[in-house]
Design a protein around this ligand. Sequence first.
Ligand code: NAI
Length: 714
Amino acid sequence: MSREIVSLAREDGIAVVTIRNPPVNVISAAVRAGLRHALDELEGMAGIRAVVLTAEGGTFCSGADIGEFSGPPKEAEYRDLFRRLEQLRIPLVAALHGTVLGGGLEMALACHYRIAAAGARLGLPELTLGIIPGAGGTQRMPRLIGVEKTLELLFSGRPVDAAQALALGFVDRVAEGPLPEAALAYARALLAAGAGPRRTCDRAVDPATATPEIIERLKAGATSQFPHRSAPGSAIEAVTAAAALPFEEGLLLEERIANRSKETIEAKALIHVFFAERETRKVPGLAPGPGLALRRAGIVGAGTMGGGIAVCFANAGVPVTLLDVSEEAVARGQKSIADTYASMVRRGRITEEEKDRRLGLIRGSTAYEALGDADVIVEAVFENMELKQRVFARLDEVARPGAMLATNTSTLDIDRIAAATRRPADVIGLHFFSPAHVMPLLEVVRAEKTSLATVGAAMDLAKLLRKTPVLAKVCYGFIGNRMMEGYAREAQRMVLEGATPRQVDSALESFGMAMGILAVFDMAGIDVGVNVHRSNADQYPPDPTYYQADIALHSAGRLGQKNGKGYYRYLPGDRTRHDDPEALAILREQAARLAVPQKPHTGEEIVERCLYPLLNEGLRILEEGVALRAGDIDVVWTSGYGFPRYRGGPMFYADTIGLKALHEGMLKYRAQLGPMHWEPAPLLARLAGEGRTLADWSRERLAQDPPQPLREMS
Ligand code: NAI
């Protein structure tokens, strides 16, 4: 087995070691064994003057095996293996292509020379998983490019291209022409020039890259860029040690720090989200399909969402027909799409030609018949049931048989929308987030009669559009907005109780939310929220203070950023929030009218009162089977709602604080604020009583007792 996964061949006097572990040549235990075996064989081979290390397929090694992180530490094994590579007595050339990441790049650094294909991308993304490189990267990279640049590379987490790697100094050559030949030619040239091994470990770190000023600046940068995170500090500790310690001692220190970082909640949370994002596509009962044959998409409604969704399709190379009620509405939509692309060109994201190509894929229309050749149609008209039902009845007449009919509704009952057609099995919710061409999340909402095939096609479509799909069942708000309801409700209630909008938002942002919820309302438009709540007033709980901060500001003509005043005040063309005494006065007046008792709030109370209802609702959603797994909910919130990834998403966070503590917290606020909003979810009460975690429960349930929608599917 190990012989197949790593092969050894010879080309004249040059040995070629090839790693073969598709799809991305992860450095698994078998690859490591194979490399050790190849090194043993090399020692016995006569007449070999140089070695080329390469990998087959689309990429060199893209990293260590993340699945091994939870097992016993592997650092010592990596250290020994890479030391053997580095200590070879003949020149060792790494031939790099594809995405050379993490452990893959660390292995390349242990080689004597590095040549990269022009399209290669190289990086150390460990911090995005809350860990640090543990296979020598923190000690070898600074010996090649200095402490400062190494830390910049680590902090960015993003790979650089081959030319940048060459300029930085950790790649020696960019291949002209095919890599295998170029790597062999490079090895021959080295031999011809009389070059021997050039070991990274023998080099010294340039002290000018690690002055106290530089270190101070990097530390300050890490604190502001990564609040609440410990891995960046660990990276600084390990990388600066390269300048102070002998190489072998540095490696041992790196190992200690790497193992410490793996044990943090931050690393566990980030790794949890990493895996959860790969799980969401897996729907029990759904076998991988033949893939989606998508020749054309149709979109009804050329407004904010319709335009953004059209851009998603065009970016994926799919021709789109964009329909609206009038020529003017279509033209408005197309203008805003053109603006989106123009800004992408300005920011250097795409070329002028690419912009023209993508714009050329989008054709406008006002005639439903133009949607007859679409394989997928996404409806994004105003949020109004009667209107959507009319649109779907019309789509039923014109769409080709088998076309997917999707609605982008945020709040309406998709079963009722589907009932307007004679083909409810083809109707599904595709809930994009705004801006649709930027946000990675896509809630895929399965209505009662949606077929399994349609669900599968929606998952394939998400992949094509490079979205992270999460399957939900129909309910008010699906997963994300349903959990948002209590979170936002408490924020609004607290500003009526006398907290300032800044106090509430700052507490939430200190917790790690990308943006405080009141600032989010200002950005999205206070009128948007008020309209949604007005049209769903029949579902309100009987609480006279419910969402009444929004109502008060809206009645006073404060719509948020769009007219420069909402919870905050804004200067024209500037999104900076300014405290506004006028907003405070309106909120105080509303509180007096509703007789809301005034009280002081600590940051802790603000975070608890916003988050506990959110977590509690997540437990209800899980028990009802609206979401398949706890991890799916975490993906919704980390990729769509700005919940900090390093806290793992709300369900992971619930396990972090402990279900018992969450349950007690709900009871504490129930005693203070009444039972209407503070009843613990039955699942929370049960698991807290049994002392179990959600992670266990979610795993067991998927294994033993598939939730309702799964049975329907099979
Ligand atoms: P919008 O008001 O920007 O655009 C709606 C468009 O639909 C307008 O261009 C209008 O002319 C067109 N339209 C109305 N009746 C039509 C008809 N009979 N045939 C064809 N076109 C028609 O609205 P927006 O914000 O794009 O929202 C669209 C849908 O997306 C709504 O269901 C909304 O709830 C949902 N949504 C909105 C999000 C947001 O952040 N704006 C996020 C996620 C979903």
